[in-house]
Structure formats: structure tokens, C-alpha cells
Design a protein around this ligand. Structure first.
Ligand code: ADP
Ligand code: TRP
Length: 318
């Protein structure tokens, strides 16, 4: 039986945090063992946020090193960069012609951007169409993401269905993907108890130094309920068995400083080896870039095939 296909991506908008890791990236590593996988760097999506050459370059290399440091293995999985595969933007255009404005105006990300900012770029508005193209070109069965991306995967499904209906004549040109969201880490909370996010400044970087870990943990807001500092506990359970933690938190009831010190120790034990691995990969950036380039060559073949099929269906190949 052929392996199931997995696909996901991360935007190069800065260092990842433990919410990105537990919510999505960890699953990439676990699933690479028994899936055919495509994991990419969503640089064209990031262009909505990063419009500076040096910063973009630095961030792309950053995500690549992050991927390698957490254990993505190019012998098992294809690692590539979105902008290397022009079929992504090409297919996004075709999807733009099938999708209506009112439909995209219902997207959460658009509504959030609209609430904050009156001048929304077309790129921000069309974000879900590029994401639908990212996904559908590779016919994945599953797309591991955090809860905040669920709607985007649903939009990709709707778009696939619409294309199949209009052009497929009963054939399934695009496979319908399923989001894969793990319930207990769907929304990893930050130091203030809200969703961990770079933009809320409540995050713990995945490759934090010991000093940074201390600073972040000490800043956790200690609202308690029944003597248990909920925000500390919610982060702690990512690093230690929940039953074991409940016992410890009971024994140390009210001793917030001690509990935070234990959390610092647990996070440091988890992050230290990742930091070391990242440093190793950082020593040979050309080797890392070669992985990205080779991955691009493999991904391009799949995307080209699919695009040929799509072009034939819409009637532009004579
Ligand atoms: P951010 O939201 O911090 O800008 P990204 O948009 O780059 O992060 O997200 C990369 C992946 O991490 C996505 O699959 C996203 O759903 C997931 N993710 C982001 N924040 C969290 C969180 N707090 N909890 C769980 N998953 C998350
Ligand atoms: N939008 C995703 C995020 O903000 C990143 C992304 C782009 C993605 N294309 C994708 C994730 C395709 C999964 C599949 O995190």
C-alpha cells in the first residue's frame, strides 16, 4: 500500500515559538517516519509581513535551520521553499477566478486584518488562495497545523470541490485534504494565558537561551484557581506528564516561585539539545541550502505534473 501524503508549511516571519512547535512542527517530525511528506517555507506568504531583503533572507535560512534542528530529515521528507515552485502562484491565480469576494471576506485572518488596519493588501486578502494552491498541488491526505489554520485548510477543501465540480466532470482532479489538529495542543497558551503568538509578545522562543527562558517563565501571569497557577501549569504540561505534574503542583501549592523554577529547568532540558543541533547546522549553511534546492527540484516535478493536468482541464492546452 502506498504511504499517505502529508504537507505543511511555516512562514519565515521570525523565530518559531513553542506554540508553533507543539501545535504543528513536532507533528511534521513524527509523521515523516511513515508518510510521504512535503514541508516547505512559505516565503511568498511571509511577503505580506516582511518587506525587507535582508530580513527575508535571514528568516528563510532561519526556518530551514529550525526544520533541520527539530529533526526533519531530507532522506525521508521533501523540504523546499514556496517561491522556488512557480506553480503555487500560477494555480493561486486560477483559484482566484473561481472564488468570490464575499466568500474570502468571511476568512478570520481577513477579518482580523480588517479590524486592525483599513488598508489591506490584495496579498493578505488572497492569502487563502495561495495556501489552497500550496496544499492541493501535492495531493496530501493530511495537513498538520494549529487550530488557527483550520479555516484555511477548509477553504482549500472548498476550493478543491469547486474546481472538481466545474472542471472535473465527475473526476476528482484535486484530492480533498484533511487538517490534522491535535486537541491538547490545538491552541498552546502564552505567558499571559492567551494564544501564544509572536504578535502578542507572550511567546517562549523554541531556541531560547537559558536567560530568555528564565525571563519568559518569570513573566508568566500567575492567576490561580484552587491554588494552582493555571498559566504556569498549562505551559508545564507540554514538558511533563500531566498526572505527575498534578501531584507536584499539589505538594507545592502556593509556592509559585518553586514551580516556575521547576518549569525553567524542564524547558531548559528540552530546549538545550535543540539549540545545540541548530548550532551544528548553522556551521554549514551551504549544505543546508543544498537540501532546500534539492527539495525544490523534487517538489517542482510533482507540481508541474499536477499543473499540466489542471491546464488540460481548464482548456488552455491546445
Ligand atoms: P504565528 O501564529 O506565531 O505567527 P505561524 O503563523 O508561522 O505562527 O504558524 C506556524 C504553525 O504553528 C501553524 O500551523 C500554526 O497553526 C501553528 N501555531 C501558531 N501558534 C500556535 C499556538 N499558539 N498553538 C498551536 N499552534 C500554533
Ligand atoms: N498559513 C500558514 C501559517 O500561517 C502557513 C502556510 C502557508 C501553510 N501555506 C500552507 C500551512 C500550507 C499548511 C499548508 O502558519
Amino acid at each position: 500500500m502506498s504511504k499517505k501524503i502529508l504537507l505543511s508549511g511555516v512562514k519565515p516571519t521570525g523565530s518559531p515559538h513553542i506554540g508553533n512547535y507543539f501545535g504543528a512542527m513536532k507533528q511534521f517530525v513524527e509523521l515523516q517516519k511513515d508518510h510521504e511528506g512535503y514541508i516547505f517555507i512559505a516565503d511568498y506568504h511571509a511577503l505580506n509581513f516582511i518587506q525587507n531583503k535582508e530580513e527575508m533572507e535571514k528568516n528563510i535560512v532561519g526556518v530551514l535551520l529550525d526544520y533541520l534542528a527539530i529533526g526533519l530529515d531530507s532522506n525521508k521528507i521533501t523540504i523546499f521553499k514556496q517561491s522556488d515552485i512557480s506553480e503555487h502562484t500560477e494555480l493561486a491565480w486560477i483559484f482566484d477566478t473561481l472564488t468570490t469576494m464575499p466568500y474570502l471576506m468571511r476568512a478570520h485572518a481577513f477579518k482580523d486584518a480588517e479590524a486592525k488596519n483599513k488598508e489591506i493588501s490584495i496579498g493578505t486578502f488572497n492569502y487563502p488562495m495561495l495556501m489552497a494552491a500550496d496544499i492541493l498541488l501535492y495531493s496530501p491526505d493530511i495537513v498538520p497545523v494549529g487550530q488557527d489554520q483550520k479555516q484555511h485548510v477548509e477553504i482549500a477543501r472548498d476550493t478543491a470541490e469547486k474546481f472538481n465540480r466545474i472542471f472535473g466532470k465527475g473526476n476528482q482532479i484535486f484530492k480533498l485534504p484533511e487538517p490534522m489538529i491535535l486537541e491538547n495542543v490545538a491552541i498552546v497558551p502564552g505567558t499571559d494565558g492567551k494564544k501564544m503568538s509572536k504578535s502578542y509578545n507572550n511567546h517562549i522562543p523554541l531556541f531560547a537561551t537559558e536567560e530568555e527562558i528564565k525571563k519568559c517563565v518569570m513573566s508568566i501571569v500567575t492567576d490561580s484557581s484552587g491554588g494552582v497557577p493555571q498559566n504556569v501549569f498549562a505551559i508545564h504540561k507540554l514538558f511533563r506528564n500531566e498526572k505527575e505534574l498534578e501531584k507536584i503542583y499539589k505538594e507545592k501549592e502556593g509556592k509559585y516561585k518553586e514551580l516556575k523554577e521547576l518549569l525553567i529547568e524542564d524547558i531548559e532540558n528540552f530546549i538545550a539539545p535543540l539549540r545545540e543541533k541548530r548550532k551544528e547546522f548553522e556551521k554549514d549553511i551551504p549544505a543546508a541550502l543544498k537540501i532546500l534546492k534539492d527539495g525544490g527540484i523534487k517538489a517542482k516535478k510533482i507540481a508541474e505534473e499536477k499543473m499540466k493536468e489542471v491546464k488540460a482541464q481548464i482548456g488552455v492546452i491546445l
